[in-house]
Design a protein around this ligand. Sequence first.
Ligand code: FE2
Length: 270
Amino acid sequence: MLKHIKVRPTKNEIGAIIDTELLNFNEIIIEEIKDALAKFGVLFFKNQKLDSESYIKFAKQFGDLAKYPMLKGLENFPEITVVEKKPNEHIMFGEGWHTDSTYTKNPPRFTMLYSIKTPKKGKGNTLFASQYKSYETLDNSIKKKIQNLKVVFSADGPISKTRQHLIKKGGTGIDPKSLKAIHNIVKENERNKKKSIYLSPGHAIRICDLDDIQSRSLMDLLINHQTKEEFIYSFEWEPNCLAIWSNYSMLHNPVNDFNAHRLMHRITIQ
Ligand SMILES: [Fe+2]
């Protein structure tokens, strides 16, 4: 029972809007936020005034902060990655369905995104696809088949083209081809034991222990299923919103449908 925060589930209960003032968090509020996050997979907090210091302080309540391997962070705050699209730019960082940094050995469990500048309401939304729901609705035979399967993830996967322009400006020099990792397809939430599909279409290269044709056809089947309309919630940004999601239970996809300045600060958490 959550007593200190107000939780308003979104459409289809894919995510929830939380009414609380993040600047004044305490241990009880953090525990309730963690419970809600485990239940819904993504949470949204509106009208939050967070400077970089208070943002980092809040993020640290969820675990150790990760550094994004391929881009330099914000000056004086290296844990913050600037996610920005200017009006004259066409490519948007992270466009396409994915979950963050799956090609690392210990991929971040959570991502936070704080909006500073946003296009007009309804443009530049972020889509979230619940992988709790996609797992729940799989045929039992597929659930059985994937239970112990693993996937190879690469930073040089399909989504890599959305960061090439940023690497030219502020890259760390790490070659995306050198970043690869293998993880289980099925994840289990440590708080509530709910299972989810962990397969990032932007980074997945192949399924281990299957031949090329079997691997491709199972990946296609899963990816088509993961992003069905009924599992998706589209969040409309406005300035000063914070979204937190579990990378183990959500896919996300920012919609590149605007010509305006969109500026976000991202933190990922191990
Ligand atoms: Fe992302």
